[in-house]
Design a protein around this ligand. Structure first.
Ligand code: CP3
Length: 343
């Protein structure tokens, strides 16, 4: 099988490219009218669990904008669900876990599942999506980082500071590490199964890594992401994205990850400096900047590519696309990358 467009995989290998590849974090779902139609008819986990729906939502942005990679429609919270932790998705509220983990006893009740049994629907969705994509562009599989998953498992919902999750780690570190290890073991088995089902690359989202001070980040987050990279890196390119984790970039650059995600608070120059200039970087357009007029978006995207350089670079946002982005602004972002010429 050869992909018709392998720009993304070539950038992950560090090869010289005509222009950088582009995709947008959280591109599947959220802002497209064709997604909203499906969303009105089916609740969130039905969309995740029905391969025809998940694959349709995955390819919608590719059909409309022609990004250089697709990301499977799913959620990071299918992992705790498979580990016997109830997860609900409440409309206009977000994730809600009615029985949060707060003690060693709670951790003991958490299961490391057979991922094929509990998450087989994800593998089916991958196979179905690969058929729909017809080898046009690569498919990215993903998981949350163990720390980010712990945040939801302990806090029980989204939070501005994840204070309960941090307090659990700092007051009951043995229980916290036991939970992180169970999540890590499940995530490794899950990502390997995704690779076997056909994904071409995987991304680990550490959305809440930046909540931690550098020393705590090493202990409670990076240590477990490194285990995931070690287990996956010889099978598939791994992208590690830590929001707010610029301070960890030097350590991340030595990890064996194929690429590192950068958010918009870290300049391209600083990200290149901190990572030693060799590894592929991905990012880092401020998602709110997609609210600027299209001409301004184009100008800023070209400037962003000039700053990162066209090679060893994947153009992306610095975090997920916001739900209120006008369609023509998202298009301006994608087209600005596709029309980029070295000056
Ligand atoms: O590109 C994609 O959107 C692919 C699918 C995807 C979803 N969630 C679908 C989704 C991906 C990659 C995720 C990752 C995810 N989920 C993260 C990490 C990335 C990030 O944005 O930081 C996190 C922290 C979650 C947890 C989560 N799921 C939250 C906080 C929410 C509610 C708010 C929101 O919209 O982000 C969800 C629900 C969710 N996951 C929706 C979608 C499309 C919206 C709910 C719905 O469609 O009914």
């Amino acid at each position: 099988m050869t992909l018709k467009n392998d720009l993304f995989l070539r950038a992950l290998k560090g090869e010289t490219v005509e222009r950088p590849p582009v995709w947008m974090m959280r591109q599947a779902g959220r802002y497209l009218p064709e997604f909203m139609e499906i969303r009105e008819k089916y609740d969130f986990f039905t969309r995740c669990r029905t391969p025809e729906l998940a694959s349709e939502i995955t390819v919608q942005p590719i059909r409309r904008y022609g990004m250089d990679a697709a990301i499977l429609f799913s959620d990071i919270l299918v992992i705790p669900q498979a580990m016997n932790i109830e997860v609900q998705m409440k409309p206009n509220f977000g994730p809600y876990l009615p029985n949060p983990i707060r003690s060693q006893k709670d951790v003991d009740a958490v299961v490391v599942p057979d991922v094929h049994e509990e998450l087989g629907y994800v593998m089916e969705a991958i196979k179905h999506t690969k058929e729909l994509l017809n080898d046009e562009v690569p498919l990215i599989g993903f998981a949350g980082s163990p720390w980010t998953i712990l945040c939801y498992c302990v806090q029980g919902q989204g939070s501005k500071n994840f204070d309960i999750a941090k307090s659990f780690c700092f007051s009951q570190p043995i229980a916290a590490h036991a939970l992180l290890q169970k999540i890590t073991d499940t995530t490794i088995a899950y990502l390997i199964a995704k690779v076997e089902a056909g994904v071409d690359a995987v991304q680990v989202f550490d959305s809440w890594g930046g909540m931690l001070a550098p020393e705590d980040y090493s202990e409670f987050s990076w240590k477990y992401i490194q285990q995931i990279i070690d287990a996956l890196k010889d099978l598939v390119p791994v992208i590690a994205f830590g929001k707010g984790c610029w301070f960890a970039l030097p350590e991340m650059a030595k990890s064996g990850a194929a690429a590192l995600g950068v958010d918009w608070t870290c300049s391209a120059k600083n990200a290149r400096y901190l990572t030693g200039g060799q590894i592929t970087l991905q990012g880092n357009f401020d998602p709110a900047r997609l609210l600027s007029p299209p001409a301004e978006i184009t100008r800023r995207v070209h400037q962003m590519i000039d700053e990162f350089g066209k090679d060893r670079y994947i153009a992306n946002l610095g975090h997920g696309i916001l739900p209120n982005i006008p369609l023509e602004n998202a298009e301006a972002f994608i087209e600005a990358v596709k029309s980029y010429k070295v000056s």
